[in-house]
Design a protein around this ligand. Sequence first.
Ligand SMILES: *Cc1c(COP(=O)(O)O)cnc(C)c1O
Length: 385
Amino acid sequence: MTDSAQREAPRADAELAAVPTSATGVIIVDLAQIRANWRALVGRVAPAECAAVVKADAYGLGAAHVIPALVKEGCRTFFVATIAEAAQARGLAPEATIYVLDGLLPGTGSELLAIGAIPALASFEEVKEWATLAAARGARLPTVLHLDTGLSRLGLTGSDMNVIATEGRARSLDVRLIMSHLGCADNPEHDMNALQRENFDAMRGCMAHVPASLVASDGLMLGVDYHYDLVRPGYALYGGQAFQGGPAPVAPVLIVKARVLQVRHVQPGDQVGYSATWRPNRPTRLAIVAAGYDDGVARALSRGTGEDGAHVMFEGKLAPIVGRVSMDLITVDVTKLKHPPVRGDFVDLIGPGLPIETVGAAAGTIGYEVLTRLGRRFHRIYRGG
Ligand SMILES: *Cc1c(COP(=O)(O)O)cnc(C)c1O
């Protein structure tokens, strides 16, 4: 067992004692650690401001809990993807600045204004629609301009920016922020980082006085040249480590546990799970665990042999997932555990020794997707709100 797993134990025991016996699994979100992560990133980027990206229900961890915790810590600026997310955020953070990354969907301007949310305008059509609304209201509307500096996803072009500047359309817009987004920030060696930064500086030259924001979790690790006035981390707040150039100053915030429904023995010649993809070659002790793809255990974790990828952890020891992951169940080979779990015990799907990056890699994906696919059935515990 690792040191950190040992330190976890007493608190986890008390928490687990309070989990309803009917719960098949439990998701523990450490809000105190999310706050500490935000605080550490604030320290990393000061004097630039550190916002929080809380789209997708705070990456699956629960915006209703995460946003108030960050407000309490002093966070004043939140990024969401959608209007519905903005409305939820507004209810939880009445004083905060809320930016909507999906920008302005056709006909939604009044709704955004009613919420007091600011769209990140990413096409010339959006700018025109927002400016028309401003004219109709006889007011300059708060605005973010989102520039495409090389990702070719959302964003205004350089010529869009020139038109916006020279046509004076900017006058009906109160531009609060000019932003762009890096495509390769996880790799500090990638040429795209400096290239996108140069494009950003050239494109925003016509509005150089406006506050600027270029980077998210990985990009803020590229150094002070990339920080500008505001950074926008999401994944790092939730303990994610995607930057390849060294560890971000954050720690994991998530533990996921699932219940053992039964322990059984299978023999060579038996077959395990759908499509009989796994057959034991020795007498095998199996734990049948109440977690499946509905709970966020990717079906891609079905590895056949189980030896080369997906695991659960029990009392600090790894045990391989064998056979197919089904909707509600997985089968785990616990033969090699000296103290195997018994019916009713919890095994860890994510936790100390089994971080989201490892689980994601085993499923052929990334930690981001592990977070956002967490299921709805498990009991949730929020630590340290
Ligand atoms: C999601 C997103 C972020 C946050 O990215 P992380 O990698 O999670 O820090 C920042 N900016 C934009 C435009 C995004 O879409």
